[in-house]
Design a protein around this ligand. Sequence first.
Ligand code: ACO
Length: 320
Amino acid sequence: MRARIAGTGSSLPGLRVTNDDLGKIMDTSDAWIRNRTGIGARHIAVEETTASMSIEAAKQALEQAGIKAEELDLIIAATLSADHVLPPLSCEIQSALGAVHAVAYDLCAACSGFVFALNTAQAYIQSGLYKNILIVGAETLSKLMDWSDRSTCVLFGDGAGAAVVTAAEEGIFAGVQGSDGSKGMVLSCGGRPVHNLFADREPEDPYVRMNGQEVYKFAVRTVPKCIGQVLEQVRLQPQDISLFLLHQANQRIIEAVAKRLGQPMEKFPVCLEECGNISAASVPILLDQVNRQGRLKSGDKIILAGFGAGLTWGAIALSW
Ligand code: ACO
């Protein structure tokens, strides 16, 4: 059996902050942000939380899949910005949905998190262990930004996306994933303070720090390569794929990947113009938007790809 995406959902916070809004409160401009990244706005959580956006997205995905929360066997929440260290975000989602039979745990693989979670779901379904799985990618990155660092804070946003996957004859048919911990400091966010009876240490820098140019080089090298590996597994060519849904970090990265694969930009939908980079939530939000726009037809072959901190990367090919 394969994992088939049976329903999707997404949720963005109500507060929309444009590049011009940021230009009024820091030394930046719409032209700088838009030209370098393709980002025009981002949504910032004020009342919303990582959990509340996750629950909203999950309810939509369950409704579209026609599956009751009690039928879920497993919930995986991909996040690096849960509201609390404990309980896990996935358990908060389980409780709010009343998914009383589901096992729930979180998975952190930064911007690759949703793709890794989907690969995990595929493995469980293939093994016969679980049938109905909810995957959520959710972030409140605004709380991890140093708002005095214009080189990072303009890039990120908040939101959540979800997918319900079920056991079916058609669905995910290939996947790759990888990690390189030796490059971890290219994109990092520090930890909590250590206060125990034996040690007292101030927290590391608690904000997201990024070497943008290194991340750019990594992305344009690795994403086409891992998409190529997925296609090779199943002897398909890029032209056999209807849509490529990439992690939404930067328009220029997406354009570079399209060029390397020799495919037109129409096959690479984007939501980063409106949402910015939402790490693990980017791919499922884009997937939900494309799904609800009716751009996915039964039998279409699509690719999902994530890449980010860790460093981590992954791609999945599936039949819709
Ligand atoms: N507004 C105006 N000026 C700015 C801003 C800003 N928001 N941020 C930086 N600058 C200035 C810098 O201070 C610098 O000025 P200087 O030349 O006087 O020193 C100048 O702009 C150029 O800065 P760079 O950092 O060299 O800009 P670069 O052209 O590399 O663009 C960017 C930065 C957009 C981050 C680019 O490196 C990039 O696209 N990286 C890809 C990584 C990425 O998208 N990461 C997202 C998260 S990672 C992930 O999701 C996988």
